[in-house]
Design a protein around this ligand. Structure first.
Ligand SMILES: [Zn+2]
Length: 326
């Protein structure tokens, strides 16, 4: 039987799993609740339940090479969660690999959820066909992932790819990580919403536009989607928010390009629903922050896999890191 992997995406609300082949074709997509509020040991129990359900649907585990898991936070080489998963109380310190090996006889491999999504994009999505790619996932924060010579680069203790915490502004907006001026303070959905509120407040009572009226009228209802709906209508203040956010993102992209010279930079996450306008604006600013010879040989593209990237990347890790030794 064709070799297969189990791919699991651990989210704050749901655990999602599939069985897949090394071409990224999945089957038996299954969800169980994470029940994060019940603590780390319970989340691990639910992962075991999900694996059991997937194996039952498959009918056999003889051809399964291992279990890949994408999780918030960082995972050390021995499968211990090092932290960085604030939405999963008690998950820090959990040993993931041993219980899976003991219960199912399957090896496991885990990594940061955004990092594994970057691997999926590299293998099956927007990075397919090139060797080196870097992903920026623009969501509530900014996550990242680095694929070098077709392999996921996890760094020591699984902490590589924290591209959202590249500092792009000296003494800039304070970040939860302890630094100031991290790119995610400006170009994540949260950052974009905050910029929209700030710029709109400055226009209050004078040069109001339709956009600033809506933002100032109900600041708590502002979303990055709303900002980009007004960018489409050419509202000057919304367009200015886009320019600032993309300039900041371009600084991080430029630093990344100079360090790694990838073939492609892939932009994904909820903010990228806005699409080409972000690609175009980031592409306009990036040459200011990057060596021209590197910029000329790189392209910035939109992620293709959407929500499936998590499970597919987790499964892909099994083929990459476990399949050979199984
Ligand atoms: Zn930060």
């Amino acid at each position: 039987m064709e070799k297969a992997a189990i791919g699991i995406d651990l989210g704050g609300t749901n655990l999602k799993g599939i069985i897949m082949n090394d071409k990224g074709q999945g089957r038996h997509l299954t969800r169980v609740p994470t029940e994060a509020e019940k603590g780390g040991a319970h989340v691990l129990e639910n992962i075991l339940v999900l694996i059991e359900k997937l194996i039952a649907q498959e009918g056999s585990k003889d051809h399964i090479s291992g279990v890949g898991i994408g999780t918030p936070g960082f995972v050390d080489d021995d499968g211990t969660v090092l932290g960085g998963a604030e939405n999963l109380p008690g998950w820090k310190g959990t040993q993931i690999y041993k219980p899976i090996l003991e219960k199912f006889g399957l090896k496991a491999i885990a990594a940061n959820d955004v990092t594994v999504a970057a691997l999926a994009e590299a293998k099956y999505g927007a990075g397919k066909g090139v060797r080196n790619s870097v992903c920026f996932a623009l969501g509530t924060g900014i996550g990242g992932g680095i694929v070098i010579e077709n392999h996921l680069y996890k760094g020591t203790h699984g902490m590589a790819g924290e591209l959202g915490h590249i500092v792009v502004e000296t003494n800039g907006i304070p970040c939860n990580c302890g630094q100031k001026g991290c790119v995610e303070r400006y170009a994540s959905a949260t950052g974009i919403v905050n910029l929209a509120k700030k710029l709109s407040a400055e226009k209050k009572g004078k040069d109001e536009t339709q956009f600033t009226k809506e933002v100032n009228g109900n600041p708590s209802a502002v979303t990055s989607k709303m900002v980009y709906d007004f960018v489409k209508k050419s509202d000057p203040v919304a367009m200015n928010v886009n320019e600032i956010a993309c300039d900041m993102l371009a600084r991080a992209v430029g630093i990344t390009l100079n360090a790694l010279s990838p073939d492609r930079v892939i932009l994904g996450g909820g903010v990228m629903m806005a699409g080409q306008v972000i690609i175009d604006t980031v592409s306009k600013y990036t040459p200011r922050y990057c060596w021209p010879a590197i910029w000329e040989r790189c392209e910035i593209v939109i992620a293709q896999l959407g929500e499936d990237a998590g499970v597919l990347g987790s499964g892909a890790m099994v083929f990459e890191e476990l399949a050979i030794i199984c």
